[in-house]
Design a protein around this ligand. Structure first.
Ligand code: OGA
Ligand code: MN
Length: 278
């Protein structure tokens, strides 16, 4: 089937018009979508009516679903499918039934604290607030290419320590590493399919660049986080119910704006398994 690809910003992201993802796609269309995805890094499909099976089928065109999206089974009762994670502020007896429940979320790449982080994430909007909760996507390749050449040289071969506490959405200070999932990854990673280099440290999860004086590590990390957040490298998505977005965690980062806590926001997430970053 034919589809149109409409760029959503000068940095990254495109809307795909045409496909009805509640139906299977033919291999030619899948190949074309994959190519468009590698080019634009974030694809947006609007007005979709998708159950879990349809969303999982779409995700499978890009790779196998991850079953290791989260450390505990908080959302299992509500969505027992191991592939699915609910991103929602819905609560039962005062406890969130899903993950990332409230408001702002700092820039990050999904599961950078795991040895094998998610390659991609497929997020479907079931219920959205009437304002706020926009998701910001940053092109980490553009941010990398814009770095000062001297800094790029200083970062050659460097690795960084990533750690995450699932209850943290906006980090202040350092996280207590004990008992939390953690992984060391390159500061700059190379995309295995496109060969493009991207900044792979993030404000939410990266604590330090290894083998470097702490003050220098902190200063460089702030420079790298600020590069990701430059408005000209960012696309801001205003969600509507029925939106489906697939993003590439190998070359983008994302963040979320605050939203009213007295309105329901319910997103269904399927992660796609990835390799060890290099
Ligand atoms: C995620 C995430 C952002 C959002 O699901 O990994 O970061 O807008 N979600 O809810
Ligand atoms: Mn995320």
């Amino acid at each position: 089937m034919k589809f149109d690809t409409v760029p959503l910003s000068s940095a990254l992201a495109a809307e795909v018009r045409g496909p009805d993802l509640s139906q299977p796609l033919d291999p030619t269309t899948v190949a074309a979508l994959r190519a468009a995805w590698l080019e634009h890094k974030v694809l947006v499909f609007r007005d979709q009516r998708l159950d879990v099976e349809a969303q999982a089928r779409f995700a499978s065109y890009f790779g196998p679903a991850s079953h290791t999206q989260a450390p505990d089974a908080r959302s299992r009762k509500h969505d027992p499918d191991r592939r699915v994670l609910l991103i929602t502020n819905l609560r039962e007896d005062g406890r969130p039934i899903g993950f990332l429940p409230d408001g702002e979320l700092q820039f990050h790449s999904d599961s950078a604290f795991l040895e094998r982080p998610l390659m991609a994430t497929v997020l479907y909007a079931v219920e959205v607030t009437d304002r706020g909760g926009e998701t910001l996507f940053a092109n980490a390749c553009m941010a990398c290419a814009a770095l000062d050449p001297g800094l790029r040289a200083r970062l050659e071969g460097r690795r960084a320590f990533n750690v995450y506490d699932y209850t943290t959405q906006v980090k202040s200070g350092t996280l207590d590493r004990a008992g939390l999932p953690q992984a060391v990854h390159p500061v700059i990673r190379t995309h295995p399919e496109t060969g493009a280099q991207a900044i792979y440290v993030n404000r939410l999860m990266t604590e330090e660049i290894l083998d470097m004086p702490p003050a220098e590590s902190a200063a460089i990390l702030e420079t790298l986080f600020a590069a990701i957040e430059r408005p000209e490298f960012v696309y801001e998505h205003v969600w509507r119910e029925g939106d489906l977005i697939i993003w590439d965690n190998r070359c983008t980062q994302h963040a979320r704006r605050d939203f009213p806590g007295d309105q329901t926001r319910l997103m269904r997430r399927i992660g796609i398994a990835g390799d060890v970053p290099v």
